[in-house]
Design a protein around this ligand. Sequence first.
Ligand code: BES
Ligand code: MN
Ligand code: MN
Length: 462
Amino acid sequence: MSKLDAVLAHVDAHLDESIARLEALVAIPSISTDPAYDGEVRRAAEVLAEEVRLLGFTARVADTIGHPVVVGHDLSAEGKPHVLFYGHYDVQPVDPVSLWHTDPFKMEIQKRADGDTVLIGRGTSDDKGQLLTFLEACRAYRAVNGALPCKVSLFFEGEEESGSKSLPEFLPRTREEFAGADVVLVCDTDMWDATTPQIVTTLRGLVGEEIEITCASHDLHSGMFGNAARNPIQVLAEIIATLRNPDGSVAVAGFYDDVKELPDAIKAQWQSLGYDEAGFMAGAGLTTPAGEKGRSVLEQTRARPTCEINGITGGYTGDGFKTVIPAKASAKISFRLVADMDPAKIRKAFRAHVEARLPPDAKVTFKEHGGSPAVATPSDGPFVAKASAALADEWGKAPALMGSGGSIPVTGDFKRVLGLDTLLIGFAHDDDRVHSPNEKYNLSSFHKGIRSWVRILDKLAE
Ligand code: BES
Ligand code: MN
Ligand code: MN
């Protein structure tokens, strides 16, 4: 048996223990956006740091101005490439918790009717399960060979799901520590489909904004004041309704100024992929693509900017009925950006759009929730070539090289602050229900994900 095969066999033989470690990590409710869980976020960092130390890394939990990060190193592979692996150990809130069929923090293993086995729980897919695929690969490699094939540094973040706000301040402090790294590896993205791996070559940027509209100085009786008093929910709804044109495009002035059309060659290539649009929509219980007319779903979700309303609050929403004109209403709105769009410019244009539409007595305040530009990662070069070959060995077909619709703000910072390119390789499926109740990760993603990293590390060391 070759050395590589021995490591892969070790992965297979010890899969149950890998699953148990994921279960333990999922059990920590590390919800980064809700301050009530700050202690749990830190606990997850400490558990991970300890786990990594047991794996032979030096590791520390480092404070930032927000949630802590875990930094680790095993640089014993003299003369070999140096990879920096990034993952996030924080998770999204679990609300509405009543829609979960299982306890979100008690991982369950279910065999589905279609024959797939899935691991259900918050963070199984995004990103605890994916993060562990890499660590478990290191574990197996070390168990069999006594050492890792490459120099490996680790960087685990606890704030990705709330916009990585502390990293622009923290990352420059790691310049010396990560100086020798050749490339960043990230496991926080999807596969092309259930059997085809994918290397993601672009991520969209993000601008998060919260707006609050206030009118009267206090809540009013809607019979006494109705008609005469400006209603902030009405104002908010009218403003929100102006954010899109009837053709589905975003109506903020200048929004598309810096947006380039996809090159015809790429459009043609995407057209040739036979992407199952209807299947993608059906997986979400939908039939008819909304958004910009005349553009494919693939293009809309991966290569066009968007504006989405993520939450809206105001007035009485409790049981029964209350005849009130509330004093305020608010909404959380996000914009996804593509290459060359400037987050600051988009934020400014959005704010101007809102301010220009305020009727008398309505006031607005804005709160910023992060901003990051789109990122492009290399689609050629030695690292992509080696990772592609390793993925092809594991999955029996070459990976798709594709843009993705999501955002991972830190990838841009890796380039700007540390000068490092990122390789985005993930094993999630688009029906994993990330950010949603009943999140799952396929056991095949977890298992073959671990095996994939073993092969990638092995190949990079050649
Ligand atoms: N893992 C996702 C990003 C992602 C999703 C990449 C799907 C590729 C495909 C990540 O955890 C995430 O959710 N990011 C947030 C960032 C935001 C809070 C700044 C996102 O995209 O909404
Ligand atoms: Mn993620
Ligand atoms: Mn996420």
